[in-house]
Design a protein. Structure first.
Length: 689
């Protein structure tokens, strides 16, 4: 039985809270020399401002703006922060070095009368709105002007979606949604009251808006339809989505934070802070992936580890269902094409999805009926239905002949067998099938509601990838495996690698939505390998090595990539189409003594963005600095892959290539932790237009 490890932590808290309540775990309270007026975050660190000065969460003075600061935004990669300051009718934008106190890097003198600022989520672009209803776009290497978009409003607030699709611009009761790639206005949302804050969910599938009227509106971002609307008791100042997307936290006064459950509108736990002065809040993750709520008070910046919020079961079920369906849809090694198409088709896919949904819900429910208080309800003489009530689930109905009703004296005599659970839209569990054994008579009665309406993600055919693309992907995966076997066999014959190197390749199709709300299908191809530790020095990267040619395993894997895109998979390399190339370099924990000489073979890198554990950072490696840390070593292994791809698959350059560099750092030491992998995501791969 397959289920993600995350499920075990979910199982522990699924049934604990019929309605959420807030418990506070660890609290960190950073006292401040002045009252934080507004703030922004870089990962776990908080930056704030008061008057003309910006501070960090330890209260250190970071820099002074030319005028009174009205907005502070930290570059998501952490290397810089921008201050929008204002005096009378004059305003200006200055960009500061985040690591050098008071160092102004750039002053945007051409940003005429700026009114709002924000960074793109990938840190590569900086947006400045002005009083002329314009949104100006700058790069973040030299803050040079790139383009200008015309709007219908003068934005007072800007926010960028994590997926890079949208910029939202607010003024008064209007929120304009702008396509970040084209600069075109996608839509305009109207809410009740002036917008005080807005934010996108981590998955970019929702945007929340909070107003002076105490209204919180949450819209989905495919068609920008309203999902839920809440009224909070006072003027709304700030809001933030919980990372798992189930809750929105809203400042409902300068002392109260309300948590709004998007799946259950009746669930509104609150948190009070008597210090007061709250104007800003965000959810943050620490290095151990614990989720804290961070906010400011009159005299401090606080971090509170929250407990009691119910988990996002719909999200988990969707991810688990998709993973199981992907595995089910793959062509088996011993399967003929006819057998595969008979097993995997539109009809069987829907039925299999329903079965998987029932399996997952039953696993998550964790035999909930055993923790239920069961009571006997009413009996309907016309339908012969006996009601069974549960204190933690909806009731069920048993068909019981009238002559046998008298045998149901005590609920304790009933034994529930072969129970299958479902989950409602508000994430409550319900029994959809069970056999009820009456110990008093030895008779068994069946309750069967297996054909009940399923979850939203099963109802919508639009969310499924077309079955012919699933079949095509599965057959292409067979071809990919054949290319891999040919390359591996050749590499072994040439004594480059042995059976101790395991190269894996896989392909799949993934349903997605583009920035225009159109349902698209992406094609994903993944290449990775592992090498047993004692053989890595011969077949993979030795300690301190990073050049691709220094790893036979890496070269062999990339040879598979090259051949694949020269043969059957060349069809996905289409000019002007987008491909996301995620490259991951890994390093072990072996300490680097001194520095490793870098000869500049891949160029110099200064504040280059990369991801570590999903968080954006910046990396500097030059011929002068050399390589002094394992993070740099892992980064250079990833950069080596990019260099290889650009040299060996030149046709990729005709596409919109988005290279994303990731690193992994192991706690252990040894060659088995030094490796690379690469994943290609061809966006909207099957649209020939």
């Amino acid at each position: 039985m397959r289920i993600h490890l995350l499920a075990f932590s979910i199982l522990a808290c699924v049934t604990l809270y019929a309605q959420s309540h807030i418990e506070i775990g660890k609290v960190l309270n950073y006292k401040q020399p002045v009252s934080p007026t507004g703030a922004d975050n870089y990962q776990y660190s908080t930056y704030y401002y008061n008057g003309k000065k910006a501070y960090n969460m330890k209260g250190f003075d970071l820099g002074t703006a030319n005028n009174t600061i009205v907005s502070l935004k930290v570059n998501p990669a952490g290397s810089q922060y921008a201050l929008l300051s204002r005096k009378s009718n004059k305003s200006m934008v200055e960009v500061f070095d985040a690591w050098t106190r008071g160092k102004v890097l750039y002053t945007l003198k051409d940003a005429t009368t700026p009114t709002a600022i924000c960074y793109s989520a990938d840190s590569k672009r900086f947006f400045v709105a002005n009083e002329y209803n314009q949104l100006r776009v700058y790069d973040t290497r030299q803050y040079t002007f790139q383009s200008q978009w015309n709007l219908d409003i003068t934005p007072s607030l800007l926010a960028a979606s994590p997926n890079g699709y949208f910029i939202s611009a607010a003024n008064g009761e209007h929120v304009v949604i702008i396509n970040q790639e084209t600069g075109r206005i996608r839509t305009t949302l109207t809410v009740r009251g002036n917008v005080n804050d807005m934010a996108f969910s981590d998955a970019s599938d929702m945007i929340g808006v909070i107003t002076t009227e105490g209204q919180v509106s949450v819209f989905e971002t495919r068609n920008f339809q309203l999902i839920n609307e809440y009224s909070i008791p006072a003027r709304g100042n700030s809001l933030a989505f919980h990372p798992d997307g189930k809750y929105v936290a809203a400042l409902s006064s300068d002392k109260y934070i309300t948590f709004l459950n998007l799946a259950d509108v009746s669930d509104k736990p609150m948190l009070q802070d008597e210090d007061g002065g709250l104007t800003y809040l965000r959810f943050l993750k620490d290095g151990k992936h614990q989720i804290y709520l961070s906010y400011n008070t009159n005299s401090s910046v606080k971090y509170k580890l929250l407990k009691g919020l119910s988990p996002n079961l719909t999200k988990f079920m969707t991810e688990e269902l998709n993973a199981r369906m992907d595995e089910w849809a793959k062509m088996k090694p011993d399967e003929t094409l006819e057998e595969y198409r008979a097993r995997v088709n539109e009809e069987t896919r829907l039925e299999q999805a329903r079965l998987f949904e029932q399996e997952i819900a039953t696993e998550l429910a964790n035999d909930l009926v055993m923790r239920s208080e069961v009571s006997l309800g009413n009996y309907n003489l016309e339908t012969n239905m006996l009601t069974l009530n549960f204190d933690n689930m909806p009731q069920i109905y048993l068909t019981v002949p009238e002559a046998e009703v008298s045998s149901f004296q005590n609920a304790s005599d009933l034994e529930f067998r072969d129970v299958i659970y479902g989950m409602t839209k508000n994430e409550k569990f319900e029994i959809i099938y069970t056999k009820v054994y009456n110990k008093a008579t030895g008779k068994t009665y069946e309750f069967n509601n297996l054909e009940r309406q399923s979850l939203d993600f099963l109802q919508s055919q639009d969310d499924f990838v077309p079955i012919e693309l699933v079949q095509q992907s599965s057959m292409e995966d067979v071809k990919l495996q054949a290319i891999k076997e040919d390359v591996v066999t050749s590499a072994k014959q040439n004594n480059l690698i042995s059976d101790h190197t395991l190269i894996k390749v896989s392909s799949s199709v993934v349903s997605d939505v583009d920035a225009n709300g159109r349902r698209i299908t992406n094609y994903k191809i993944n290449f990775n390998y592992t090498v047993e530790g004692s053989y890595s020095i011969q077949e993979d990267f030795a300690a301190g090595k990073y050049k691709i040619e220094q790893s036979h395993a890496a070269v062999s894997m990339l040879e598979i990539v090259t051949r694949a895109f020269a043969q059957d998979f060349a069809q996905y390399i289409k000019p002007s189409k987008k491909v996301i190339i995620k490259i991951t370099g890994s390093a072990d924990a072996l300490k680097i003594n001194g520095s490793i000489v870098y000869d500049g073979c891949y160029g110099n890198f200064v504040n280059e963005p990369y991801y570590l554990d999903g968080a954006l950072n910046t990396m500097t490696v030059t011929t002068q600095t050399g390589i002094r840390k394992n993070e740099q070593l892992a980064f250079m292994r990833a950069i080596g892959v990019k260099d290889y791809l650009m040299r060996h698959i030149s046709s990729l350059q005709a596409m919109q290539t988005d290279y994303q560099h990731n690193i992994e750092l192991a706690e252990g030491t040894g060659g088995e932790f030094r490796r690379i992998n690469v994943e290609f995501i061809f966006v909207d791969a099957f649209d020939n237009q």
